[in-house]
Ligand binder design. Structure first.
Ligand code: SF4
Ligand code: SF4
Ligand code: FES
Length: 393
């Protein structure tokens, strides 16, 4: 079995000492998990290593850490996979046998949350507080039926993805918006919100959406960095759920928030339709002053333009902004622009917006794979993946 060099970030805030890297060589199968390696060190070498874990089956969500710079579940990450990511610094331990370890794995506590000790972060202080912020339970419609609520199959398919969340906090760990704005409600809590906004039994869809649209740290505070999608071990895709909340808020409930989030999106969409490319110089005045060329003459837009003048002047002086492009924007050539307009026309002419949920494919009554194979000519049957489409109400 190969050797792995495990570098564990050790820190005890009560000790008054700074954080340091604690290095151990562990001999384990490459298919063992990073958690196996940490527990081996804790059980056999140093019982003081702080790690939180329980199920060791990627179910309880308690072993979230960063491994070679990426967040995830330690129990669900093979040593060979973590080592292959690289990113681990070189060992400070001299190799005496001339052969290096099979891989170096740096394990750190998750980000955006205070460290309690070593790899244990304070989930209560950040993650759970944000979950509580979004009223994480169903507020049922009245009158309550005498028997059970019947929920359409499409709706359950639609929210199953968010229900898969195990509250591990990996997405919170690497959320760039939260790093800049610690008050941001965040990916996990917003994904949780979609679990109720997409559920027809819930009575507070509009109130939930209005609340999180008006909150300056709500749904429009996400910067689309995709980190939460990469981090999530359960494919909840929190960023996609946030975008769905925005579509529900803006398109379905016509909520125009005081943070200009919805106006900004509207301006974005219109500019791409009209120019084929984003015209940044027009984006700001339209987001604040109204979605037309005249938006720049609105007092709210004037104020914003004035405050961004130093940035624009610096950009022009450094050659990053061309005054001509800033004034008139880019525009695609006629044929390409026509193709884009055609796409818009096709989408906008649909009577209803369709949400494509790729998380679950197939239905219970799809033919069994064996039945498909029985009718084939001996070749391996083609996997049929039917992405289920769920209509948004
Ligand atoms: S996509 Fe949005 S919610 Fe997700 S990590 Fe980035 S900023 Fe945070
Ligand atoms: S959305 Fe994914 S990464 Fe975030 S807490 Fe839930 S399971 Fe963990
Ligand atoms: S120990 Fe439960 S998810 Fe890792």
């Amino acid at each position: 079995m190969p050797d792995y060099l495990l570098r564990i970030r050790r820190y005890d805030p009560d000790s008054g000492k700074t954080a340091y890297w604690d290095e151990h060589t562990v001999t384990l199968n490459p298919r063992n998990s990073v958690l196996d390696a940490i527990l081996k060190v804790r059980n056999e070498v140093d019982g003081s290593v702080g790690i939180r874990c329980s199920c060791q089956q990627a179910i309880c969500g308690s072993c979230g850490v960063r491994m070679n710079g990426r967040p995830g579940l330690a129990c669900n990450t093979h040593l060979e996979v973590a080592a292959a990511r690289g990113g681990g610094a070189q060992s400070t331990v001299p190799q005496t046998d001339g052969e290096g370890p099979a891989g170096v794995i740096e394990v750190e506590p998750m980000g955006n949350m205070p460290v309690i000790r070593d790899l244990i972060v304070d989930m209560d202080a950040v993650h759970w507080k944000k979950i509580q912020r979004v009223t994480p339970y169903l507020i049922n419609r009245k009158p309550v039926p005498e028997r059970e609520y019947i929920v359409p199959h499409e709706n359950m398919v639609d929210i199953t993805q968010t229900m898969a969340c195990i509250q591990c906090g990996a997405c919170v760990s690497d959320c760039l918006s939260m790093e800049v704005d610690p008050l941001f409600v965040g990916p996990a809590a917003l994904a949780k919100t979609y679990r109720f906004v997409g559920d027809p039994r819930d009575d507070q869809h509009e109130q939930r959406l209005r609340d999180l649209s008006e909150d300056p740290h709500g749904i429009y505070d996400c910067t689309h960095c995709f980190n939460c999608i990469d981090a999530c071990p359960k494919e909840v895709a929190p960023m996609s759920q946030i975008m769905r909340l925005r579509r529900r808020a803006g398109s379905d409930h016509k909520i125009v928030d005081s943070n200009n989030g919805h106006r900004h999106e509207d301006a974005f969409v219109t500019l791409v339709r009209d120019y084929g490319l984003l015209n940044e110089a027009e984006l700001l005045p339209r987001s604040y002053g109204g979605n037309s060329w005249f938006g720049k003459f609105h007092p709210a837009a004037g104020k914003e333009l004035l405050s961004s003048l130093p940035t624009v002047i610096t950009g022009v002086l450094r050659g990053k902004v061309s005054p001509k492009i800033a004034m008139f924007g880019h525009k695609l050539p006629g044929g390409d622009l026509a193709a884009i307009k055609k796409l818009y026309k096709k989408i906008e002419s649909r009577p209803q917006r369709l949400e494509l949920n790729l998380y679950i494919s197939g239905y219970e009554d799809d033919p069994e794979p064996a039945a498909v194979a029985a009718g084939s000519s001996g070749e391996a049957p083609q996997a049929e993946s039917s992405a289920s489409e769920s209509e948004s109400s």
